[in-house]
Design a protein around this ligand. Structure first.
Ligand SMILES: C[S@@+](CC[C@H](N)C(=O)[O-])C[C@H]1O[C@@H](n2cnc3c(N)ncnc32)[C@H](O)[C@@H]1O
Length: 191
């Protein structure tokens, strides 16, 4: 596990030349991340989160499964997107069920905003896929409005067609309670 919290260094991705890189931001308990790394052993999969306990449990499962292509980063989403990852380094980025902070006076804590989307674009390679999901309909509606300001992120549902069967821990939890999780997929095209 690489601890990036509070460092201003750019993380040197252990990717081979030409290797596809996927990032699961805020991976939590990591069911999605682990299954993704199992499905695509030839890709480098990064799983990041702030909570070291959660990452520790993902690490134990990774080691048990002997997944050499899964690298765990303890890092904040904002720092990763802003300066800790090199520019143009990610082929597919997943941000699944980020905390929706549903109460009105908590909304300031929400991660996804137009500024954050600009920062995500910094780390995406041209043609990369951005994959977001949420159980919270108003947050989803906000994302659609925000994405309207980014004409270079075009709708591209095919970008996640290969992984519709892989559910994150939170998605499984919501589904078990009969709640739907909405997914959104965009492709970064040249402006
Ligand atoms: C609601 S959980 C979703 C976990 C996982 N993506 C899933 O769908 O099962 C949100 C995760 O984001 C992490 N998180 C919250 N704020 C974060 C931040 N600023 N930087 C990195 N991770 C963060 C939390 O620790 C938690 O694991």
């Amino acid at each position: 596990m690489h601890i990036l919290t509070n460092t201003y260094h750019v993380f040197n991705l252990p990717a081979e030349p030409g290797q596809d890189v996927e990032l699961d931001m805020g991976c939590g308990k990591g069911s999605f991340t682990l299954q993704l790394a199992q499905r695509y052993p030839q890709r480098l999969v990064l799983g990041s989160d702030l909570m070291i306990g959660r990452l520790g449990s993902v690490r134990r499962k990774r080691d048990r499964l002997n997944l050499k292509n899964l690298v765990l980063l303890r890092a904040s989403n904002l720092a990763l997107a802003s300066f800790q990852l090199p520019p143009n380094c990610i082929d597919r980025l997943h941000l699944l069920c980020p905390d929706p902070w549903p109460k009105r006076h908590h909304r300031i804590k929400r991660l996804v905003c137009t500024d954050f989307i600009s920062r995500l674009q910094r780390i995406l390679k041209p043609g990369a896929i951005l994959h977001l999901s949420t159980d919270h309909e108003p947050y989803y509606e906000d994302w659609l409005k925000m994405l309207g300001y980014f004409p270079n992120l075009i709708e591209y549902p095919e970008g996640i067609a290969d992984i519709t069967d892989i559910k994150s821990d939170f998605e499984r939890q919501w589904n078990a309670r009969g709640m739907e999780v909405r997914h959104l997929c965009r492709k970064l095209i040249a402006e």
